[in-house]
Structure formats: structure tokens, C-alpha cells
Design a protein around this ligand. Structure first.
Ligand code: ADP
Ligand code: MG
Length: 685
């Protein structure tokens, strides 16, 4: 279907994602304006747009304080800072002919009484009838006026074939209104329509549209899931000798949550179809060992496994853990990172192409073109939220073995320490199975959090001295590495120099993103081995770093960090288990005065330790767009539904999606096409 309009306009519509009359018909108002009644200017409520009217008395261009068009009307003054000469004439004529100006916008008290700046207005004769219903306002783009867009939408509404994509039974089961009348009612509100319902997006019409949108999203993701799940993979049995041996002498007893996650993963791996699973668990909940166990299933089957981490430091840490665990089993662990010399890289590449089973540990380096695996059966992405969709996709592609008769896809395990609230994960991870480690290993003493104004820095230094004297280690986290323009941010480098003089006698190290991989690794090694007391760092230590002996953390300018970041950082301490473990302390140093939002963030971090609760608060404070980001979600965000407010409806849509796919796949496909065909759509990695 084509929209019968001029190419220039079609181009603008395309920019809005509107390619067909159906798209236009489903392009719904993002708000409504109430022009059904007049408000007396002097009675207009503050901060709320209203429709007012007054007889035009005179008009003039003034030059103080700035060039502007000023219109005096009865009981009302209008100002226009940008205006055309024709507007001046228009108002002059209106004054001569005794016409009225009818304006929509916010009224503010001014020096000469009620005043409006740049209102939307019309010149009308006395007694001009008011609008009968709410005026819809559409999302639009530069050069396409509300008026023009609205005309096109209404035209499309008549032309588009908007039959109902939902089977009668689904509509009945979920008590949904018809799509045609719902869409009509949103575009052309009836005079007696409940204004509040339209404006607040409650009511039956919005409910139907939101349901359709949520359903389309669920359907598309479940379709992607089923398509991938339908492919072939190497089945990895979970009773192989290495796996059994390792489980027989684990370095610690798995928590119940770890055991459950392990069982879920092993069960998936044993299927001849690719696993697509997300392992969620708060920082320190012990995901690494679960990943290691999964790798052994691959090794037992004579295959390869790969573990990719977002930073060198993390990859190196994974390497250490895996080597320690797998060394005694004789399982080769291969290390691939950006810092390898060409000859080493070549040797590793050769190993990966060989036939011997192995585990490859690395960073993005694993994704390089030259890196190819002979038999990759399991791809694990650690801290998956730090990778983009494309990178996750790339790792999966790596493992596709073109052996006859069908392409074998590797099993996929994503790990994340950034818990996603249920409402979001239900939508955004609908194409993954979910395992959650919801408890920490026993014996953790927890972390006490203290908020300290930066004026009390001396006390903090004293605290560090004491802790280090007792053999503990500490982190000092700074927000950036370079002096910012305002000069109020302490650089990690400066802080390092300062702390070194302030803390004479303590060994202080520095790690930040600008160091070379080797330098970083070298400093981290010293810290891990306990040869540094204090590590000054930027957020490069944010994810995953595990040094159990570090029990004190100072976060400088804590007010500048996001919630998820603060939670991740704090998760670096309080990692020791056992009865001898000390209580860890996280000191949030802040510069006063705090802004409203910074105060709210720090309050959440101070009050809760639960990653899921923090994520929920983060979502509330930032909204889903920022929380996930396009990159992370890989999905266009919902236009009409709101996952927080419409959580119950999302749940219904999810159930309906599964049922529809099973029972009426044709209808499911049509529904997705209607809602997503013209939308920019990613198949998720
Ligand atoms: P994360 O889930 O953040 O990746 P890690 O896997 O790094 O956490 O584990 C955090 C620390 O807890 C590590 O030192 C790990 O060896 C230890 N650990 C993991 N599971 C257990 C357990 N069941 N009992 C005791 N310690 C554990
Ligand atoms: Mg980890």
C-alpha cells in the first residue's frame, strides 16, 4: 500500500515510520488539547494550558527588552518574539474590525495583567462556536504541521483496511474493544468522550491499542525465540566424566539458587537445540562457577566453549578462576585478548581451529574476523548488558558450524548482574529463558553504606589507615580520568597523587581506562595479590572484579554516578565469606549541596542492597528508555503502552501471545505485520 501524497511529504512521513495508510491510522495522538471550553484569563490555573479569548484592542512592535510583537486584547496580552510582518497586519485588521483572538496556551501573570507568550491562536468573530471534542496532537517532524498531519491521518482512517487482527475468542477472553472503533475514538474523540480517560490513556480504546502493541512485541520476540529454538545444536549430556569429577570436589557448596540455575542450564544443554538463556544474579551471587560447570558439559562432549567479558580486567579474572578450577582436570583454557603479540595470537587461532576440546576466555577479541572455532558448542557472554546487540549476535554467528546436514548453532548463555525488574524482563527478554540466582553465598557479612559530605575527608583517610593496618584493602573510586572543564571533578590521576602523600606508608595503585591492557593487568594483579593497600580507580572496576580481601570502598563524587553503577561498584566489596570475614563499608563521599535527583539516588543506595529493588527504583527514576537504552534492548520502545503502568496488561498480552502462536500462527503473523512491519526491527541477539 502506498500513501497517495507528494514525495516531499511521503519522505517526512517515512521519517516518522509511517509508510502505509495502516501505519498512519495507527499513528495515534500523544496528547490532547481541550478547546471545548473557554477560561477567563484572570482565572487560568498556573502551568496548565487553557483556551482563552479576548477582543483585540491594538498591536505594536516593541524593541524593549527585545524586538517583539505585542498584542493587547481585552483582559489579555500576547507576546511573540518571532513573528512575521503578516501577523502584525493580521492583528491590526482584527483590531480595526473588532474581532477576537482565541488563544491556547499557558497564561501567566504579567506586569499588565494576564499574559501569554507564543500561544497558538486564531482570529475569530464574536460567538464563534467552540470545538465539540478534544483536539488530538500528534507526534510529528519538522516541516509537517499538525494540521497537515491530522488531515492525512483522517484520510488514512477512511482508506485503510483496518480489519481486526485479533480472533473473536481472544477479544472476548481479554474483554477487548474492537480495533476500528478504538482507533477512531482516539483520533476523533466524541464530544461526550471522557476527557480524563483519553488524556491519561486509560479507558477501553487505549486499552485495546496498548494490548495490540504489547501483543505484537511479545509475538515478535516469541517468534524469534521459537525460530532459533527450532535450529539444531550439539546436545551436551550432563553426566560426562569431567563434569561429574568437578561436581564431586567443588571449591564450595553451591547455594540452592546456584544449584537450581545449574540444573536449568544443564537441562537446556542436553537438548539438540540451542539454549538461549539469561542467567541473572546480583553482584557476587556466584554466576562464574555456574558458567564453568556449563563449559564442562561442552568439554565432555568433545567440543569448545567460549566466555566473553566486556573488559580486559574481567576476562583476566575469568581466566584466573577457570584456570584454577580446570587446571586439575586437565582442561585447556585459552586466553585471547587485544594485548597478545601477533605470534601468540596466531598460536591461539591455531588452537581454536584444532580438534581438541578447550575453553576460550577473552574480550571482544573473540569476535575478530580472524578468530574461528572448529567446534564451538557453547558461547557465554558475561555482563551481557555491557555488550551491544550486534556483538552478542556476532558471538553466536562465530559458533555456527556448517557441518552437514544442517547448520549447528551454539548454545548461548548470557549473564547479567544488572537485575531487570520483572515488568521489563518480561518484555525485553521475552526471547530468552530466564534463570535467577536470588541469594548470595552464605556467610557474607554484607556492606554498610555511609553517606559522608566531602568536608569530612580527613575522617575517611583515617578510616582507610585503620583498615589497612588490619590487613584489609580498599578502593577509592573517582568519576573520570580527565580534568573536566569546570575543574570541579577530581581526576583519578590527581587523586592518586594526593592520596599517595596523604597516606604515606601505604602502597597505593592506580587503574583507569587510559592505561594499556598490560598496565591495567599489572596493577590489578598487585591488588589481587594483596601487594597494594589502596587502589585508586575509575569505573573500570565497576563490573565483576572480585577481590574478597577488599572490604572498604570510598566513592568520591558519589552524586555523579548512576544507581546501577553505584550498586555495581559497591558489589566489589563484602565478597569475603566465612566467620572471619569483616563487615565491609562503602563510603559515599558527596559534594554538597545535592541536587534533588542526586539526593533521591543516594537515598535508594543507602537504604537498599537488593539489586532488583534498586533496578526498580532506577527504572522509576529514569524511565525504561534510558534505563535500557536502544542499544541494550535492541527493540524500538513501546509507543503507547507503559510497562510500569500497564504491567497487568503486559502479562495478559504475554499469555495471549503464547496461545495465539500455538493455535493460530497465521493470525499471529498478521498481527505482527500490522504493528511492526514498517518499524525498524532488530532480531535480537
Ligand atoms: P558474580 O555472580 O558477581 O559473577 P562471582 O561468580 O564472581 O560472582 O562470585 C563471587 C565470589 O563468591 C567469588 O569469590 C566466588 O568464588 C564466591 N562464591 C561463589 N559461589 C559460592 C558459594 N556457593 N559459596 C561460597 N562462595 C562462593
Ligand atoms: Mg561475574
Amino acid at each position: 500500500m502506498k500513501i497517495g501524497t507528494a514525495p516531499a511529504i511521503a519522505k517526512k512521513l517515512a521519517k516518522l515510520g509511517l509508510l502505509s495508510p495502516v501505519d498512519l491510522a495507527l499513528h495515534l495522538p500523544h496528547r490532547y488539547e481541550d478547546e471545548t471550553r473557554l477560561t477567563a484569563p484572570e482565572l487560568a490555573p498556573a502551568g496548565k494550558p487553557v483556551l482563552v479569548e479576548g477582543r483585540v484592542l491594538n498591536t505594536a512592535v516593541k524593541y524593549r527588552p527585545k524586538r517583539q510583537l505585542v498584542v493587547h486584547a481585552e483582559g489579555l496580552m500576547l507576546r511573540f518574539l518571532n513573528f512575521y510582518g503578516s501577523q502584525l497586519k493580521q492583528f491590526q485588521r482584527a483590531a480595526d474590525e473588532g474581532l477576537l483572538v482565541r488563544a491556547y496556551g499557558e497564561v501567566r501573570p504579567g506586569f499588565f495583567g494576564a499574559e501569554m507568550v507564543h500561544p497558538r491562536y486564531r482570529i475569530v468573530p464574536a460567538g464563534e462556536p467552540l470545538a465539540q471534542a478534544l483536539t488530538p496532537v500528534y507526534p510529528t517532524t519538522a516541516g509537517l504541521s499538525q494540521y497537515a498531519l491530522r488531515k492525512l491521518v483522517l484520510q488514512a482512517l477512511d482508506e485503510a483496511v483496518l480489519d481486526d487482527t485479533l480472533p473473536e475468542a481472544v477479544r472476548r477472553r481479554h474483554s477487548l474493544a474492537g480495533i476500528v472503533e478504538s482507533v477512531r475514538c482516539l483520533h476523533l474523540p466524541a464530544p461526550d468522550a471522557a476527557c480524563a480517560e483519553l488524556i491519561e490513556r486509560s479507558g477501553e480504546a487505549w486499552r485495546r491499542v496498548k494490548f495490540d502493541e504489547l501483543l505484537a512485541q511479545q509475538l515478535s520476540m516469541r517468534m524469534a525465540y521459537r525460530a532459533r529454538r527450532g535450529r539444531n545444536a550439539i546436545a551436551l549430556p550432563s553426566n560426562g566424566p569431567l563434569l561429574r569429577r568437578f561436581l564431586g570436589k567443588l571449591p564450595f557448596r553451591l547455594t540452592r539458587a546456584q544449584s537450581r540455575a545449574m540444573a536449568e542450564i544443564l537441562q537446556d544443554l542436553a537438548q539438540p537445540h540451542p539454549m538461549q538463556r539469561l542467567l541473572q544474579g546480583d553482584v557476587g551471587s556466584g554466576k562464574t562457577i555456574v558458567a564453568a560447570i556449563a563449559c564442562l558439559a561442552a568439554i565432555d562432549a568433545g567440543c569448545q566453549a567460549a566466555v566473553m567479558a566486556p573488559t580486559e580486567i574481567l576476562a583476566e579474572q575469568n581466566l584466573r578462576k577457570f584456570s584454577e578450577w580446570f587446571g586439575p582436570l586437565g582442561v585447556p583454557v585459552v586466553w585471547l585478548h587485544g594485548g597478545l603479540a601477533a605470534a601468540q595470537k596466531k598460536a591461539v587461532a591455531k588452537q581454536l581451529l584444532g580438534l581438541a576440546p578447550l575453553v576460550a576466555i577473552g574480550t571482544h577479541a573473540l569476535l575478530q574476523k580472524k578468530v574461528a572455532f572448529s567446534r564451538l558448542a557453547l558461547a557465554i557472554v558475561d555482563e551481557q548488558h555491557r555488550f551491544g546487540v550486534q556483538q552478542r549476535l556476532a558471538l553466536r554467528k562465530k559458533g555456527e558450524t556448517r557441518s552437514a546436514p544442517a547448520v549447528l548453532a551454539p548454545h548461548q548463555l548470557m549473564m547479567s548482574a544488572t537485575p531487570i525488574p520483572r515488568t521489563l524482563s518480561m518484555s525485553y527478554f521475552a526471547d530468552l529463558d530466564l534463570s535467577t540466582i536470588g541469594e548470595l553465598p552464605p556467610g557474607r557479612r554484607g556492606v554498610a553504606t555511609r553517606l559522608v559530605a566531602d568536608g569530612r575527608r580527613a575522617e575517611v583517610l583515617k578510616r582507610i589507615r585503620e583498615a589497612c593496618a588490619e590487613g584489609q584493602q580498599a578502593y577509592w573510586v573517582c568519576p573520570v580520568i580527565e580534568e573536566s572543564k569546570e575543574g570541579d571533578l577530581q581526576t583519578a590521576v590527581d587523586t592518586f597523587a594526593l592520596l599517595r602523600t596523604e597516606l604515606k606508608g601505604l602502597r597505593v595503585g592506580l587503574v583507569h581506562g587510559r592505561l594499556s591492557a598490560d598496565e591495567k593487568t599489572c596493577v590489578m594483579k598487585l591488588f589481587v595479590k594483596g601487594q597494594l593497600h589502596l587502589l585508586v580507580a575509575t569505573t573500570v572496576i565497576e563490573v565483576g572484579v572480585d577481590v574478597p580481601n577488599a572490604s572498604l570502598m570510598v566513592i568520591e563524587h558519589a552524586e555523579r554516578f548512576g544507581l546501577a553503577q553505584l550498586h555495581q561498584l559497591r558489589g566489589r566489596i563484602g565478597r569475603a565469606s566465612g566467620t572471619t570475614a569483616r563487615e565491609s563499608v562503602c563510603i559515599l563521599l558527596y559534594a554538597s549541596p545535592l541536587s534533588e535527583t542526586a539526593r533521591a539516588r543516594l537515598k535508594v543506595i543507602f537504604e537498599t542492597r537488593d539489586g532488583f529493588e534498586i533496578a526498580r527504583q532506577d527504572l522509576l527514576q529514569r524511565g525504561p528508555g534510558e534505563f535500557l537504552g536502544q542499544r541494550q534492548s535492541g527493540m524500538p520502545l513501546l509507543r503507547y503502552a507503559d510497562l510500569e503502568k500497564d504491567a497487568a496488561l503486559a502479562l495478559e498480552a504475554r499469555e495471549a501471545a503464547e496461545k495465539l502462536l500455538d493455535e493460530e500462527p497465521q493470525a499471529a503473523r498478521r498481527h505482527v505485520e500490522r504493528w511492526l512491519a514498517s518499524r525498524h526491527e532488530f532480531s535480537r541477539a
